[in-house]
Design a binder for this molecule. Structure first.
Ligand SMILES: [Zn+2]
Length: 74
């Protein structure tokens, strides 16, 4: 999926469909998130970091001007 502008540096901040290739996606559902940004939570019991992608557009994408302001305001 490449909806990000090719002429602009995205620094990895690009919209991806987290449901792509999943049963939910096959049913037509979408869940657009930033490919780079994630909230990381540490689970000390298991010694793991669990990352959850943030909804698109992320703050960095807005600051970089990767999304129209109108879209960002929603
Ligand atoms: Zn991002």
């Amino acid at each position: 999926m490449s909806t990000a502008p090719l002429t602009r540096e995205t620094f990895g901040h690009e919209p991806i469909d987290e449901y792509e290739g999943t049963p939910e996606g096959d049913k037509g559902a979408t869940h657009i998130v930033c490919a780079r940004c994630a909230w990381w939570t540490r689970w000390p019991d298991v010694g793991l970091y669990i990352g959850v992608h943030v909804p698109w557009p992320c703050t960095s994408a807005i600051v970089l001007g990767l999304v129209p302001r109108e879209e960002a305001a929603q």
